[in-house]
Design a protein around this ligand. Sequence first.
Ligand SMILES: Nc1nc2c(ncn2[C@@H]2O[C@H](COP(=O)(O)OP(=O)(O)OP(=O)(O)O)[C@@H](O)[C@H]2O)c(=O)[nH]1
Ligand SMILES: [Mg+2]
Length: 473
Amino acid sequence: MKTWSPDFLLQEFGKRMDEWVHLTMDRTVRLAVTGLNQSGKTVFTTTLIHQLLHALQGSNLPSFLVTLENRLQGAKVMLQPDMDVPTFQYDRYIRALLGTKPTWPVPTDALSEIRLAIRFKPSGLLSKRISPTTTLYLDIIDYPGEWLLDLPMLSLSFEAWSAQTFQLCEEEPRLSLSASWRHDLANLPLSRPAQDETLRRISEAYTEFLLACKHPTIGLSFLQPGRFTIPGDLKGAPLLTFCPLPPPDADGVVVGSLREEMGKRYESYKKFIIETFFKRHFSRFDRQIVLLDLLNALNRGPGAFSDMQTALEAILENFRYGPSNLLSRLFYPRIDKLLFAATKADFVAANQHHNMERLLRRLVARPANDASFLGVEIQTQALSSLRCTRTVVRDHEGRRLSFVQGIPKGRKSESLLFPGEIPETVPDAHEWDANRFNFMDFEPRRPSDAEGPFPPHIRLDQALEFLLGDKLR
Ligand SMILES: Nc1nc2c(ncn2[C@@H]2O[C@H](COP(=O)(O)OP(=O)(O)OP(=O)(O)O)[C@@H](O)[C@H]2O)c(=O)[nH]1
Ligand SMILES: [Mg+2]
């Protein structure tokens, strides 16, 4: 429990003052690394930090002007702003990624945070006079992608959210996958007094439905509530025991009934879980990168692809966009630069990156237009935080083809693969035959001697320049 002693108040005041000074001096960037589960957030954050920490040792960031112009003076991980949030385990992740037997991070199941201080020499004459060296603080949080799916629930009542879920369940694959849960629901005495055991059983059936939709062979994204699939420290909590319900009959909602209790639990979930998560961590961003795993979405077929688009659009409606100025930074922070990145560009040969970017632009056209309308600067690009393959061009049956060479996931040695072509536009329904897309996942790869000690990437430097370049002038 907090004691409001003079010491505590002084400390808090000092902390806030510090934050305000950084903000007013435009020296803190709160970067939203946004992406559905397995889109590459943890790998992106880890490699970004690693590249910045080692940039002075000659890292490979040619488009990041502060390094190119030799103005970078170093970077350091600092004490993070929130003492009660676990620290992002950068050391552990990078050791695993670059170790003798490199491994990917396990899926994230809790929130964590990191602050990086980037010290540099300003480029402007005036700023140089005022201060020959300046520090930019970069704050990033990492969290399970599933939790993002909760944000759109904030604006929905229990009835509206239930109706939306039932509408989604009218189509395959949700129609079949939800059959067992809907069958249980049909036998539930919704107007009778609520019993904990019944609430637990039906919410478990609903969770099983969500997990079946999430299974890699199905690969749906728009699965709410996010904590049902990744509960974190809420596993088994009563807050997670509700599910969508069909509309009430003419008698309405009976006081003390199972139906009323479900509605109450939904509202509590919104208040205690989503609002806290959102207000504390998601309402104060300055810049945003949205990571999209387009290639795995293509692998999973038209249903999963459009479900990812629906989820993305619903999520992005919850962020605040618009040009930023001193007052807005203090009282109403807004995102003024937004980068859409198609991740894992190393799955395909370099000659496919152009198509990958065009497809990405189509996919995010609506949210990009909405943000741009509000005055936000937008960029779209293909990116790989950690390049695990090389492009190899070979003659094959009289044609010059581009292959990728890397270690496919689950194997021990390298193979040469022809990943095929990425369409420039979202394919029509008849163009998705069963085997059209089969992009492979790869194992992480240690940099070769020729590449130096720095993990190779694809356009991570361009992403850094877009997101931070102007703050490092
Ligand atoms: N080839 C390649 N694979 C990548 C890259 N980045 C991520 N991956 C793959 O994508 C998987 C997921 O990456 P993460 O960074 O853990 O994804 P996440 O968004 O943090 O996922 P959650 O924690 O589940 O929300 C990894 O296990 C890798 O298989 C990349 O740059 N190249
Ligand atoms: Mg993660």
